[in-house]
Ligand binder design. Structure first.
Ligand code: XMP
Length: 517
């Protein structure tokens, strides 16, 4: 396996995903791990990520000495290259401006990392590589033992290597898709230079996880909160395969799900797969608790608290449960463990029922802890879950509760569900669903005047929201075709009695958030 040391770059998780896509398991640890931790990890190769700091700053982060004492191949990327250069006796100078975007690297000496990967030539017949750069500082003096293997117009040392020690470094970012041969460069490093076998595939992950879960829980019974979301669904399918009847799922239906979603969860798990699922129809309870409440944060708190309460009540009725299963995935683990590197936070779903394990004396079973979302999805498909469920857009824990502005009522929820279904159906029919990251309808409890037929109407308004984003921290509104929007708006006004006006949200994030509340 491969160790990636994180110097705080935005792209570190991308490096890990690319390495895993080449079939090799890897983990990310913060740059300030101890020498002992590096040795214990037992990596066959180490990658040093990029980062926002400057090597020229005396307080800038450095790689633990054990990295260069371990004898395994090391690849430095961007900041990783600079710290490698500085730590091994070269020199880095502070840049006066950032170089950002497309660049061409010209080969200046043969190197195993790129051999055969320069895919075209310049006017003088020298091999070229299209890459993506994002840096301020640069290496301007090689450390002893290194040779320059690539340059660009603005960076004389864009890549360097000391092949006798298996040290390689690049100033550009091979992990982003704009570096056309980037995937192959990373694959070359982990497979050929480090000698790792390609064992990391959905099939193997399932086999290994099943063995591990069986060993972990033995004959004990396990409880899982199923929400219909991707992560808990995949945990459910995996655990069912691993331990069969020892698994009991509780599915709290708060009545704020999308149309037909609750039934689909039951159909997939209970009917199709034969998983024991207890469905709790708690719509009344949630609507009663939300009555009269208009404040978004208080609505969220009410839904979260009640969700845990209902789940706990059901769990208390069950006998002999020793474990609580959760759909924690690798980015959650990195976010909480990586506080040392001060990373951005993600919004946690309230479905992770905090507090319950200690209260009920339960141990935690988290079989997806090592996986990225795209791996979880592949696993889901391999385990036989419907593609539609596995590749569904994210849906917030409080559900339609935060898509009905102000007070939540059954009438509003029903209107919203109908409009939302039309929007999503049409997106799927027009092949636009997978081209948006998240799309949904929002219910606005204001009324506007309309004429339909001969009569005057005074009806509610629906807003449509569709965004494109990689990380959900920033987003751009989807440029959906006018004709498509026109069709959806007409269908909603014709088919949803009570709605006679539809608007399309053209705000980005920032300043607007993706959800309206
Ligand atoms: P915002 O609206 O903050 O949303 O731009 C970013 C992403 O987070 C989801 N979201 C939530 N998920 N509980 C959740 O589980 C919540 O309270 C919540 N609020 C927002 C949102 O759907 C989007 O994907």
């Amino acid at each position: 396996r491969i160790l990636i040391l994180d110097f705080g770059a935005q792209y570190t998780q991308l490096i890990a995903r690319r390495v895993r896509e080449s079939g090799v398991y890897c983990e990310i640890l913060p740059w300030d791990v101890t020498d002992a931790e590096v040795r214990e990890f037992g990596a066959k190769g180490i990658i040093l990520s990029g980062g926002p700091e400057s090597v020229t700053d005396t307080k800038g982060p450095t790689a633990p000495q054990a990295v260069f004492q371990s004898g395994v191949p090391v690849l430095g990327i961007c900041y990783g290259m600079q710290t490698m250069a500085a730590q091994l006796g070269g020199r880095v100078t502070a840049g006066t401006h950032r170089e950002f975007g497309y660049a061409q690297v010209t080969s200046s000496a043969p190197c195993k990392l790129f051999d055969g990967l320069f895919d075209h030539k310049d006017g003088q017949g020298r091999p070229l590589l299209d890459v993506w750069m994002s840096h301020g500082d640069k290496v301007d003096e090689l450390p002893p033992g290194f040779v320059a293997v690539g340059f660009t117009n603005s960076v004389p040392l864009a890549a360097m290597a000391d092949e006798s020690r298996h040290y390689y470094a690049v100033q550009f970012h091979p992990e982003v898709t704009h570096t056309l041969q980037g995937e192959k460069i990373l694959e070359r490093f982990v497979r050929e230079i480090c000698g790792c076998e390609a064992r990391w595939s959905p099939g193997n992950i399932i086999t290994d996880s099943i063995a591990r879960v069986r060993e972990q829980v033995g004959r004990d019974n396990v409880l899982l909160g199923l929400s219909g979301g991707v992560d808990s669904s995949v945990v459910g399918a995996l655990l069912h395969r691993a331990i069969g009847d020892q698994l009991t799922c509780v599915f709290v239906d708060h009545g704020l799900l999308r149309q037909g979603e609750g039934d689909q969860v039951m159909e997939t798990f209970a009917q199709h797969m034969g998983v024991r699922v207890i469905r709790v129809n708690a719509e009344e309870r949630f609507l009663t608790a939300l009555k009269g409440e208009v404040d978004p944060e208080r609505k969220r708190k009410i839904i979260g608290r009640l969700f845990v309460e209902v789940f706990e009540e059901e769990a208390a009725k069950l006998q002999g449960i020793r474990w609580l299963a959760q759909g924690t995935i690798y980015p959650d683990v990195i976010e909480s463990a990586g506080s040392r590197t001060g990373k951005a936070h993600v919004i946690k779903s309230h479905h992770n029922v905090g507090g319950l394990p200690e209260k009920m004396n339960l141990k935690l079973c988290e079989p997806l802890r090592e996986l990225f979302k795209d791996e979880v999805r592949k696993l889901g498909v391999e385990l036989g879950l419907p593609r539609e469920m596995v590749y569904r857009h994210p849906f917030p824990g409080p559900g339609l509760g935060v898509r009905i502005l102000g007070e939540v009522t059954k009438q509003y929820a029903d209107l919203l569900r109908k409009a939302d279904t039309i929007f999503l159906d049409e997106l799927r029919k027009h092949d636009l669903y997978d081209r948006t990251s998240q799309a949904f309808a929002v219910f606005l409890p204001v009324r506007s005047v309309a004429v339909m037929g001969d009569g005057r109407r005074y009806d509610y308004v629906i807003a449509l929201r569709a965004v494109e984003t990689i990380d959900f921290m920033t987003a751009r509104w989807s440029r959906l075709p006018y004709e498509f929007l026109d069709l959806v708006a007409r269908r909603i006004c014709n088919e949803v009695d009570g709605i006679s006006r539809v608007t399309y949200d053209i705000s980005g994030k920032p300043p607007a958030t993706i959800e309206w509340e």
